[in-house]
Design a protein around this ligand. Sequence first.
Ligand code: 2BA
Length: 108
Amino acid sequence: MKLIIAIVNNDDSAAVASMLTKEKFGVTKLSTTGGFLMVGNTTFLIGAEEKDVPLVKQIINDFSKTRTHEATTTSSYGVGLRPDEVPSEVRVGGATVFVLDVESMDRY
Ligand code: 2BA
C-alpha cells in the first residue's frame, strides 16, 4: 500500500476530491499553507493500493492547473506586502505529489 500526499491549489481541490471519491478512493483533505507564498492550498492524503497509484496521479494531474501568483520579496518570510515592494510573478503547480510506502493501515 502507498500513501499519496498531494498539494493542490485551493481552486482545484473540489474537483480533485470529487473525482477521487467518485473513483472510490479514500481521501482526507487538509487545509495547508505554502511556506513560500504563505497562501492557502489543500493537501490530500490518499491511501491506495500500489496498482492504483497511476490512476490517482492521473486524476490529480487532470484537474490541477498551473497558475501564476504574484509574490513579493518578503513572501518567504510571511510578512505580507510592504508599500515599497516590487511584486513579481511565480509559477505555481499543477500539483506537488509525494508517494510513500505504508507499513500498515488499520481501522479501529
Ligand atoms: P509555496 O511554498 O507557497 O510555493 C509556491 C510557488 O513558489 C512554488 O510552486 C514555486 O514556484 C515557488 N517557490 C517555492 N519555494 C521557492 C523558493 N524557495 N524560491 C523561489 N521560488 C519558490 P510549486 O513548486 O508548484 O509549489 C506549490 C506548493 O507545493 C508550495 O507552495 C508548497 O506548499 C508545496 N511544495 C512544493 N514543493 C514542496 C516540497 N519539496 N516539500 C513540501 N511542500 C512542497
